[in-house]
Design a protein around this ligand. Structure first.
Ligand SMILES: [Zn+2]
Length: 71
């Protein structure tokens, strides 16, 4: 009887450890994604007319270079 209780407890402990390990892994992956976003902010481009820096998505690409929203 003592052996059965030991194995039941052992299985429960292993399952709990695996669950915690998976949880920690998922959290680490999530924080890696957040960190990657912080490390790679959107590229800034300089307006060729006024020299102001604007995010790439807000700049207009023309034949002579990038332009800010005012040009
Ligand atoms: Zn400009």
């Amino acid at each position: 009887m003592g052996k059965i209780i030991f194995w039941v407890v052992a299985v429960i402990v292993v399952m709990a450890v695996l669950r915690l390990w998976n949880l920690a892994k998922t959290r680490a992956e999530k924080s890696d994604t957040v960190k990657a976003k912080k490390d790679n902010p959107e590229a800034m481009v300089q307006c060729v007319r006024c020299g102001v820096f604007v995010p790439r998505s807000e700049a207009k690409k023309l034949s002579d270079g990038f332009h800010c929203a005012d040009h």
